[in-house]
Design a protein around this ligand. Structure first.
Ligand SMILES: [Zn+2]
Length: 71
C-alpha cells in the first residue's frame, strides 16, 4: 500500500500523520487523521480512509499554517 501524502500537522507541523479508525456505537467504522507527534486529531470523521485523507489535506490549508513558506 502506497504511503499517502499528508500535509503537516497544523498544531506542531509534524509529519507523522496517520489515519485512525473509530468504531461507532452503531457498528460502523469512521476514519480521521491524527498526528503521532502531538496527538492532534481531525475533529471530522469520514466514512472512508480516502475521505479522511482528503479532509486532512483540505483541513490543514496553507492559509492556516504559520509557516507558509514551507508549503
Ligand atoms: Zn502534531
Amino acid at each position: 500500500m502506497a504511503h499517502p501524502y499528508f500535509t503537516p500537522c497544523p498544531n506542531c507541523h509534524g509529519t507523522n500523520i496517520h489515519i485512525a479508525e473509530w468504531f461507532t456505537d452503531s457498528g460502523e467504522t469512521e476514519y480521521y487523521g491524527a498526528c503521532d507527534d502531538c496527538g492532534f486529531e481531525d475533529d471530522a470523521h469520514s466514512a472512508t480512509e480516502g475521505e479522511a485523507i482528503d479532509h486532512w489535506r483540505h483541513f490543514v490549508s496553507p492559509a492556516d499554517a504559520e509557516d507558509e513558506g514551507s508549503f
